[in-house]
Design a protein around this ligand. Structure first.
Ligand code: ADP
Ligand code: MG
Length: 570
């Protein structure tokens, strides 16, 4: 898994190398500084050569400045590297999800995908920019510092390092506490968010029961809980910082006292004593860093594992290697012994045989749950048949490229999805390069012209989440306009008019009839008025296709269709 993680560094190799090299130089300078001070005190000072002392001081200043610049580079480039990797991963994930088949979305909650794309990637990003280079350098600095200290005076070095495990325990313990505190805080803020969401989306219920006071009190309680949780987190944080501060001072003091004793006994020079005290800081910094990384690592890796789980799922419906690019299909559709099930438990379609001739309008009726929508979603390969085959113009749809097949099919559903954007953009979703004339022509054919002319900004009016809300009938007409633009030879209308009032239905009916002209059209309808003009009606039940014929033939035949028909026209 680590290997897969590092694969994401490859495109940013240059950035990584600059970052890493700068970090190594910073570490070396950090180790060299106490030694320079030691030499300054022990060798340079006793000579009393003021010129040299000034020169060396200026040199030290220059080194300091360089080190500061390098630290800026390390911090900035390190974070840049992290955010680059995070962006790459987010883009890859989005692309991947976008290409998944319908079954994936049947089994995946939107919230989960969202948290993969945001939270998990934040955790991975956090690891990537505080990441591997920091870890490596922290270890090297620690070992380097200890090695140098040991060379100066082994006893004092051991005294200094003996205290490190206590520091590690302290830092680790604080990190665990800190983690718990943050986790708790996240739970509490989620509660607060939930309350806001509930009372805003349910505001009509709240107010009709005059329960505002009740809601406010519930909110106050949750908000107070969040405050407490956050206070705990801050207390832990303050405690951690001050105890680390105390430990550092304590170590410094111990080294100073023991070192002073050594110095008095002639085992240590003054310079070495100062150097030792300075090295305490060099020794402590990596401990802090490593323990922070040890905490980030499992979080980041868990996020990365969930990321991989998603990324490594291949889309269910893929093109065969020899798939054909189809164009200008006539729309002769035929189902040959088609079986289909969404999951192992139950067969939704068993042995369906049917044909729809090019240019024909065929209506599907039958009880809800019989499989009408399912039949229609097999044609654009939203799902693949479990057994049997579907052909269009004699060619198995699995031998066509998914893209070219779907370009030939238009679907209008009961609930139309509108994207945030203008009316124009939403119509043009059917043909991204449509000209203004084409868009206006499509709107006219969909009987949208009058409606649009009354909008404040006409075609440029914003619709969707933050804009104008459209009624069911208006949305439907917009979807029909998209279809006129797309102009596919095969059209599927899935209960497109069932939720409309009679007046709107008439308008849409006439737009749909015009749309259906010269196309192979499959209509799924509840209302029998919408299918009177169909060339053929198929009655679908759970057992399969029960009846087939023209509207009037089926009424006369006095079967299931006649029964359903009578219920609606009683
Ligand atoms: P109709 O359109 O005739 O009302 P559907 O084709 O929507 O019927 O549904 C047929 C059967 O398949 C129903 O039993 C339904 O519960 C089931 N079904 C529909 N869609 C899915 C899905 N995405 N996943 C699992 N089962 C489904
Ligand atoms: Mg349906």
């Amino acid at each position: 898994m680590i290997q897969k993680f590092f694969a994401y560094y490859r495109p940013h190799k240059r950035l990584f190398i600059i970052d890493f090299t700068s970090a190594i130089i910073v570490a070396i300078l950090e180790l060299a500084f106490p030694l320079a001070v030691q030499w300054f005190i022990d060798e340079l000072l006793p000579t009393g050569e003021w010129d040299q002392i000034v020169t060396v001081s200026v040199l030290l200043l220059a080194v300091y400045l360089i080190s500061t610049l390098l630290q800026f580079i390390v911090s900035y480039l390190g974070h840049k590297l992290g955010i680059n990797i995070e962006t790459d991963m987010r883009e890859q994930l989005f692309t991947h999800v976008q290409r998944q088949s319908f079954r994936f979305f049947d089994n995946t909650k939107t919230g989960h995908v969202m948290s993969r794309i945001t939270n998990d990637l934040f955790d991975i990003g956090e690891l990537a920019h505080h990441g591997p280079e920091d870890f490596f350098i922290a270890i090297m600095t620690f070992i380097g510092a200890f090695f140098i200290m040991y060379n100066i005076n082994p006893e004092l070095a051991i005294i200094a390092i003996i205290m490190i495990p206590f520091l590690i325990i302290l830092v680790t313990f604080s990190n665990i506490k800190m983690n718990q505190a943050w986790k708790n805080m996240y739970i509490k803020i989620a509660d607060v968010n939930g309350r806001v969401e509930d009372s805003v989306s349910g505001v009509r219920v709240v107010q009709s029961f005059t329960n505002e006071e009740f809601e406010i009190n519930r909110f106050k309680h949750d908000n107070g809980q969040f405050r407490l949780a956050k206070l705990v987190a801050y207390k832990v944080m303050a405690g951690t910082h001050s105890s680390i501060y105390m430990m550092t001072r304590l170590m410094t003091l111990v080294v100073l006292v023991v070192g002073a004793w050594f110095t008095v006994n002639g085992k240590l020079s003054y310079g070495e004593l100062v150097s030792f005290v300075l090295f305490i800081n060099v020794l402590i910094k990596p401990v802090d860093k490593i323990s922070a990384l040890l905490e980030l690592y499992p979080k980041g890796m868990a996020g990365f594992r969930r990321f991989l789980d998603l990324i490594e799922q291949d889309p269910e419906i893929k093109d065969r290697p020899d798939a054909k690019q189809v164009e200008h299909l006539h729309g002769n559709i035929s189902f040959n012994n088609v079986h289909f099930n969404y999951d192992q438990h139950q067969e939704v379609l068993s042995d369906i045989n049917l044909t729809v001739n090019a240019g024909e309008t065929v209506a599907f009726v039958g009880p809800s749950g019989a499989g009408k929508t399912t039949i229609c979603s097999l044609i654009p390969r939203f799902y693949d048949v479990t057994e049997g085959a579907i052909t269009i113009d004699g060619l198995d749809i699995r031998d066509m490229t998914k893209q070219s097949l779907r370009a030939q099919i238009g679907i209008v559903q009961q609930d139309v999805f509108l994207f945030t954007g203008t009316v124009r953009e939403n119509i043009a979703y059917g043909k991204k390069d449509a000209t203004d004339e084409e868009i206006m022509d499509a709107a006219k054919k969909a009987h949208l012209e009058e409606f649009i002319s009354e909008l404040p900004d006409g075609y440029e009016t914003q619709i969707g989440e933050r804009g104008l809300k459209l009624s069911g009938g208006q949305k439907q007409r917009l979807a029909i306009a998209r279809m006129f633009l797309k102009n596919p030879p095969i059209l599927i209308l899935d209960e497109a008019t069932s939720a409309l009032d009679t007046e709107t239905e008439k308008i849409i009916q006439s737009a749909l009839s015009e749309l259906a002209e010269n196309r192979t059209t499959l209509i799924i309808a509840h209302r029998f008025a919408t299918i009177r003009d169909a060339d053929r009606v198929l009655v679908v039940t759970k057992e399969g296709i029960a009846e087939e014929g023209s509207y009037s033939d089926l009424v006369e035949a006095d079967g299931l269709f006649a029964r359903l028909h009578n219920i609606q026209y009683q």
